[in-house]
Design a protein around this ligand. Structure first.
Ligand code: SF4
Ligand code: SF4
Ligand code: SF4
Length: 337
């Protein structure tokens, strides 16, 4: 029987990470308990099981920090062998020359590395890892030189680094990078502890995107995407036509589904709620379970009559799950958190 097709999966190779970013959305990253060390054997077995259950279009290796997995290239090879496009979402601090050369030879599609500021002290204030700025910027410069179409800078915009967005974008361009993800701070994980300091009010958010838009107009050879939905009643995206905003969908065929190295399946990588485990049931059964479909079909009360609902979908409701424990609430940024 043909395997079901799943377009986009974020495969989390480990919970562990060498950074402790103030904005880290990983729901397990609340600082309450030590993170388990990477388990390369389990990651390999779970990936094999996942790829036996579904035909996956794009598989993004994430974490935690995926470069902590000593067998990440073997995992990438296994996925490529099954026909997947493979991306790597890394903080860049451990991307050696050899590791990058191996990714190139494996045909990795994209490598995404956060660059949070042109100023090392701001970047490292946010990552809480001394030395991380030089390593991340060096890694991204090398990625851009060998994979010009697959090098992505990720600029997570918080209240801390928002004033420096124009300088950060100039710096990123100077690295040779032409593709930038501009994601607003989205509350969750470690970010729950730092919300008051990091969260963007509407005016700061609009100014930050206006800065990105102005930069995009100046440099038409660059591409800007924004992947974290912001409620349209908070941010009208019409003034920013050079930024490609993507919208969340409760239809799993139109958003990335998260699968952990343990086999846990979640709505997306921001969601803390496990809807099943692929060691217990095939992933298509998990995703199409009527109870799961009903859970994600709920509409927030404030959005019921909104004409923008079909596009906006209430903003990021995985953040609502992290803050309120419910998918049925609209994005918590509407309440300033
Ligand atoms: S945001 Fe990424 S790099 Fe930062 S602590 Fe979380 S997993 Fe690590
Ligand atoms: S759907 Fe909800 S969050 Fe989105 S614009 Fe409408 S009221 Fe605001
Ligand atoms: S719920 Fe939030 S994090 Fe998850 S896919 Fe939608 S916008 Fe992205």
């Amino acid at each position: 029987m043909a395997r079901p097709v799943i377009g986009n999966i974020v495969f989390e190779l480990t919970e562990a990470c060498n950074q402790c970013c103030r904005f880290c959305y990983n729901y397990w990253r609340d600082g309450s308990s030590p993170l388990p060390p990477p388990d390369p054997g389990l990651a390999r077995k779970t990936l094999r099981r996942l790829l036996s259950q579904a035909s996956v279009g794009t598989l993004s290796f994430s974490g935690g920090e995926p470069m902590l997995l000593r067998n990440i290239h073997d995992l990438a090879l296994a996925a490529r062998f099954k026909g997947c496009h493979v991306n790597v979402l890394t903080n860049g601090t451990m991307l050696t020359e050899d590791a990058l050369a191996n990714f190139v030879s494996l045909g990795i599609g994209a490598i995404q590395i956060p660059i949070l500021s042109a100023d090392a002290s701001v970047h490292e204030y946010l990552t809480q890892l001394p030395g991380s700025w030089a390593k991340a910027t060096d890694a991204l410069r090398r990625v851009a030189s060998v994979m010009p179409n697959g090098a992505f800078a990720v600029l997570v915009i918080t209240a801390v680094n928002a004033p420096g967005v124009p300088q950060t974008l100039e710096f990123i361009r100077g690295l040779g990078v032409r593709k930038v993800m501009v994601n607003r701070f989205n509350i969750g994980g470690m970010g729950l502890k730092h919300t008051a300091e990091l969260v963007l009010n509407a005016a700061t958010l609009k100014q930050a995107f206006a800065d990105v838009e102005a930069f995009a107009c100046k440099y038409p050879d660059m591409r800007f995407v924004s992947g974290v939905c912001t409620p349209l009643c908070m941010l009208d995206v019409n003034p920013y036509p050079h930024i490609q905003f993507s919208w969340c969908s409760t239809d799993f065929s139109r958003r990335p589904v998260a699968v952990s190295y343990k086999g846990d399946v979640r709505f997306c990588n921001h969601s803390p709620h496990v809807i099943g485990n692929i060691w217990e049931r095939p992933i298509d059964e998990i995703l199409t379970d009527p109870a799961t479909v009903a859970r994600y079909a709920e509409v927030p009360a404030r959005c019921t009559d909104c004409p923008l609902l079909s596009r906006c979908n209430g903003g990021c409701r995985a953040a609502s799950e992290q803050v309120y424990g419910s998918f049925a609430e609209a994005d918590p940024i509407l309440n300033g958190c």
